[in-house]
Write a new protein. Structure first.
Length: 259
């Protein structure tokens, strides 16, 4: 399948972007508390889908990395960016509508900055690890043969698509949601990486918990009282930090025997 045929034209991108911006304003200004935030989240999500279709011809294109594989670190950063920025936008619009002094002066606790920093570190640190592995060569052809058998591909194609010892897809259309849970190298790409599974569930639980906190304060507090974003417990931040550390450490380990 040619993904270029599915890409949005610049005119559609401009139209959708304009509608998203207008929709965010209308949702934040006229919708009832709680619903306003949910609609702003939805609109931002639509914008991300539009970016994915425009760049790669796929709705989930924003999650696909340079090896044409869906990335867990990208998923995490997109998830937290979507939640935190939508909450800030909603609370700011509510405060502006209520003529609250300094409506944009919404405090963001250091724990949230730490959370965003942890997610960003994984996104930035992953390519640094990959750049080293992309320069390494497998000691023999066995990992290439195993990867070809596991995915029903031709050995020559696997060898062409790989970057050093890193497995890669031939086309963007081959990227799948399960990529986020599989190993990155030729040796372990056909197996589940438990460090990724653990980090996914930790992130999902933390995100869902934070969504409940945001809904609670938006619905229950007056615009003047919306002076700060909810705070995540330090223990949860620590768990996420440990999970990310294990995730990056696992990536630095060579799973494929190299020359």
């Amino acid at each position: 399948m040619n993904t270029n045929d599915n890409k949005l034209s610049p005119r559609w991108v401009a139209l959708i972007s304009s509608l998203v911006v207008a929709g965010i304003y209308i949702s934040g200004w006229f919708f009832s508390p709680g619903w306003n935030w949910l609609f702003i989240v939805l609109l931002m999500f639509v914008f991300l889908i539009m970016l994915g279709i425009r760049t790669s011809g796929r709705p989930a294109g924003i999650l696909i990395n340079e090896r044409k594989i869906m990335s867990l670190s990208r998923f995490q950063l997109v998830l937290w960016t979507l939640i935190i920025l939508s909450a800030y936008a909603t609370m700011s619009l509510m405060r502006i509508k209520a003529s609250v002094p300094d409506p944009l002066g919404i405090a963001i606790d250091w724990r949230l900055w730490a959370l965003m920093g942890i997610s960003t570190a994984s996104l930035v640190g992953t390519p640094l690890v990959y750049s080293t592995k992309a320069r390494k060569e497998p000691a023999d052809d066995k990992p290439i043969k195993d990867a070809a058998v596991s995915f029903g591909e031709d050995e020559k194609q696997v060898n062409k698509n790989r970057e050093g010892v890193l497995y890669g897809n031939e086309n963007i259309s081959d990227a799948a949601f399960t990529d986020m849970f599989e190993g990155d190298e030729l040796k372990n790409t056909a197996f589940i990486d438990m460090a990724k599974v653990q980090m996914f569930f930790f992130s999902l639980i933390a995100a869902l918990s934070y969504v409940v906190l945001i809904l609670d304060i938006i619905v229950s507090k007056t615009p003047k009282e919306l002076a700060s974003l909810p705070v995540l417990p330090e223990g949860l931040i620590a768990i996420l930090g440990i999970s990310h550390a294990g995730y990056l450490t696992n990536k630095t380990t060579d799973h494929t025997k190299v020359k």
